[in-house]
Design a protein around this ligand. Structure first.
Ligand SMILES: [Zn+2]
Length: 120
């Protein structure tokens, strides 16, 4: 009797762990897909910016893309992505705090006879 209850409880716990892992994977996949979509929207927003007088950077007056890109959700998601990337970059620079790390890297670069640059 006790053994049956223990066995049922163990099976229930194992199922709960499996459900947790499955939903965690789905959640991470959903976040990944959203990030890809937000990156694409951000790339589009760089091509369609209002220049004034209803004209877009793409030179269209009344550009439909501007209407889509100028929604609060898109602006909020692009802003969050920019903040996340700025934080990641700050964390990376904190690990290697040289202010001029990219300049040093390019100064260390060598140009091959084919004109390709490689970092020493
Ligand atoms: Zn446009």
């Amino acid at each position: 009797m006790v053994t049956e209850h223990f066995s049922a409880a163990r099976d229930s716990a194992e199922k709960a762990y499996a459900d947790r892992d499955r939903y965690r994977e789905k959640m991470h996949a959903a976040y990944g897909s959203r990030e890809v979509a937000v990156r694409r929207l951000r790339a589009l927003s760089r091509l369609h910016e209002p220049l004034g007088n209803g004209v877009c950077l793409c030179k269209k007056r009344g550009c439909e893309s501007l209407v889509i890109l100028d929604t609060p959700w898109v602006r909020d998601m692009v802003s969050k992505l920019d903040a996340i990337e700025a934080q990641r970059e700050a964390e990376l620079r904190a690990v290697d705090p040289r202010d001029d790390w990219s300049i040093v890297a390019w100064d260390d670069g060598q140009v091959t006879s084919e004109g390709q640059t490689w970092i020493a």
